[in-house]
Every structure is written in C-alpha cells, then in structure tokens.
Design a protein around this ligand. Sequence first.
Ligand SMILES: NC(=O)c1ccc[n+]([C@@H]2O[C@H](COP(=O)([O-])OP(=O)(O)OC[C@H]3O[C@@H](n4cnc5c(N)ncnc54)[C@H](O)[C@@H]3O)[C@@H](O)[C@H]2O)c1
Length: 441
Amino acid sequence: MATVTYPATCAGTLTEKINSRSARVGVVGMGYVGLPLATEFARAGFSVTGIDLSPEKVDRINQGASYVQDVDSKEFRSLVGERKISATSDFSVIAELDTINICVPTPLRKTKDPDMSYIQAACQEIARYFHPGMLVILESTTYPGTTEEVVLPMLSGNGLKVGKDFFLCFSPERVDPGNPRYQTRNIPKVVGGVTPDCTRIGTLFYSQALETVIPVSSTQVAEMVKLLENTFRMINIGLVNEMAVMCDRMGINVWEVIDAAASKPFGFMPFYPGPGLGGHCIPIDPFYLSWKTRQAGIEARFIELAGYINGQMPHFVVEKIQAALNDRGKPLKGSKVHILGVAYKRDIDDVRESPALDIIHLLIERGAEVSYSDPHVPSIRVDGVELAARKLNGELRTSDCVVIVTDHSSIPYERVVQKAQLVVDTRNALRGIVSDKVIRL
Ligand SMILES: NC(=O)c1ccc[n+]([C@@H]2O[C@H](COP(=O)([O-])OP(=O)(O)OC[C@H]3O[C@@H](n4cnc5c(N)ncnc54)[C@H](O)[C@@H]3O)[C@@H](O)[C@H]2O)c1
C-alpha cells in the first residue's frame, strides 16, 4: 500500500459522502446477492461498481443485461445506460471507492467445514487498494466471529485503526430469490459493526437504499442472526420431513395434518415436507454454526439430526417411486421416470444443492431411464454428464412415472395427471386433485 494521508475525521467525511449520495459504492461478488444489492444502491442515486472474477458476468453487466431473475431487465439496462452501474474484474478500482459490500460464495468443503477461501481471496485483493475512510461490510453467510477473526486482520495492515480510520460491519443477506413480495429493498437489513461508529455508518449507508435497517450491537450478533434464521428453518423442515415419513407409514395424509394444525392462531407455524433441502443457504449455513460450536466443545445435535433426516429424503422419494412402480407390476430398472422440476424451489432457475440432482443420481444408479423438464432450467449436470431439458408434453404419456420434485407455478398440473400414467408428488402440487394415479409424499 502506498503512503497514505489521513483525513481529519474519516467518520465525518464518509458520513457526509453517504448523506449526499456521492459515496462511490463497490460490490465484490455480483451473483444472486450482489447484483440486486448493487441495483438498489444505483436506484438510490449512488454510482456503483461491481467487481467479479467472472468475465462473462462483467460483460453482461456492462452490456446492461440482468442475469438475476429478481432484477428487472429494463430498469437494469437504463441504470447501466445512465452509468449508475458498471463492472470490472480489476480490483484496483477500489482505490477510488468509498464503500465495499462483500457478497462472495461461502460453500462447505466435502468434510462440511467452512470454505473461507472466497472471502480470503476477496479481502486479499481489497487490502491491496484499501485506503482510509472506507466502509467495508461482509454480507456472505458465515460462522460467528468471521468478520473480526478473518476480515479485520486482513484490513488492519499499515496501522489503520478500525472505527477511526475505516469502518467494518457484518450484515446478513436475507434475499429470497423468486419471492415477489419481499426483495432486497423491503427485507429488513440487520447490521452490526466492530465499533459503535462502524454500526452507525453501516446503518446510515443501508438506510439510503433499503426500507428498514436494524442495527445490532456487534458483528458476532449480526452473524449469528442469519444462522439462527436458517437453522430454525432447517430444523423445522427436518421435523416435518420426519412427520411425513411417520405419516406415510401410518397411512395418514401429512399435508392435511399440517393444514389443520395451521388453523391454530398462535404457537404454530407451518413448515412443509419435501424431497430434501436445496439452495445455497438452508442445507449449508447451519453447518457453519456446528463447525464453530464444535471448536468450543459443544455438539450442535439438533443441526446434525435435522441434516441427517433431510439428507434421507431423496432416498425416501426414490423408495416411493420404486414402490409405486412395483405396485403396477413394473420394476424400477428400465422404467422411464420423468422428473418434473429440478430447481431447488418454485419459480427460480437455481439448481445448487437441489435434491432433484440426488434423486436423478439415485434413479440412474438403480437402472431407471431418467429425463427431466423445467421451464427455468435448460440443462443440468449429474455425475459429470450433461442432461438437456425435454418438453413436458412429449414425456407425459411415454413415461412410466412422472415425479414432481419442484412445484413451479406455470405447470398445468391437471393436464399432468390426465396424461401421465403415474405421478409421484413430493410437493403437494396436486392439492385437491383426486386420482388413483397420484402418490403423495
Ligand atoms: N442466493 C441466495 O439466495 C442467498 C441468500 C442469502 C445469503 N446468501 C449468501 O450470500 C453469499 C453470496 O451468495 P450468492 O448466491 O450471491 O453467490 P453467487 O455464486 O451467485 O455469486 C457470487 C459471485 O462472487 C464471485 N466471486 C467469487 N470469488 C470472488 C472473488 N474473490 N472476487 C470477486 N468475485 C468473486 C463469483 O464469480 C460470483 O459471481 C453467500 O455467502 C451465500 O451464502 C445467498
């Protein structure tokens, strides 16, 4: 880092720049989280630079093409046209920026340990061009302690003091892709800084572009908020998946049970069973917490148990398909099984960790002939082999079994039941349809 001159008060200068929206905003990692966030700050009048290692993403942004479903293409094009958003792979732009939001991936390693390499790589580059007066906010989901144990030391080189010369926060990203009601702008944003000034500046920053900001007392609290939310979902889904297996054994319709239980106006919140967990968050984030607590000598037993139960669901679905075919005198081996929907949830195009991939893998392993259709996903890779989506219409009559794995809302479900020979429904997409052809989870 070159010799630096320290402004009289970094906090004062940065506050002024944020208030006047002249602060130059940077977002590192322009994926499902980064692109919508960058767009909100550009809409609020800031000049935003996205930094991403992917040359394809950088090109598409600079051409004004949104590649995230929830970012309106027309508006995005005009923001790029007005030079409110641009992108680059060159980190040296950081020398000109005032704020950085880090939105890079945080996957798990095969051993279920956190993979911090993306955060570390991003911070290494940021540190090269870091200068006094900057605000840095980590948004990637991670274990409690990451901001102060991993990011802070990387940015504190050259004697810069946090809370005085620069400001560091954690703010969990809560985006819910495909949710038409809650998007980046109206999902309340929790933010916790290393010092009270960090929290104050982080709060001020987000409140320029987002509707509600919730300051908390530390980065660790903000990190833990996200893990509580996602662990809560993962464990409740695990519970209801176990209920589904129990109900199946006892011949009880689990969906009807949940609907009736949900009539209780207090003390109950419905969760629904399904073919297994998917996405970049719910199957992964709780293991960040269990990894960290293990180091403190505490076993996160709820998380491990729910992880096991949820991980068994693709096997349970394959058993149901096999049993349904066998009841009709057909072996699974050699049968044509059509998977309807492979995205990890309804109306999105994301297949990361999708249980459909596990189900397809298990079916192929047992000798089934597998095809798939999904209006949002043109192709997938399973076991290193690329499969192209087929047209649903053509597959309905020729398949021995159609399996609804993702309940996209554009599918004509009544027609599916009319034309198919057998349908296994893992999502209750066929709610209200009575037919001998239908086998429910
Ligand atoms: N997708 C969601 O619904 C969601 C919701 C809440 C939280 N999160 C969390 O947000 C974070 C980002 O998730 P995402 O879904 O946006 O991931 P993503 O894979 O869609 O995007 C990440 C982007 O970072 C880029 N990148 C990787 N390493 C980089 C580096 N060193 N420098 C610059 N760019 C780099 C990648 O090219 C990619 O474009 C993760 O921690 C995730 O857990 C995601």
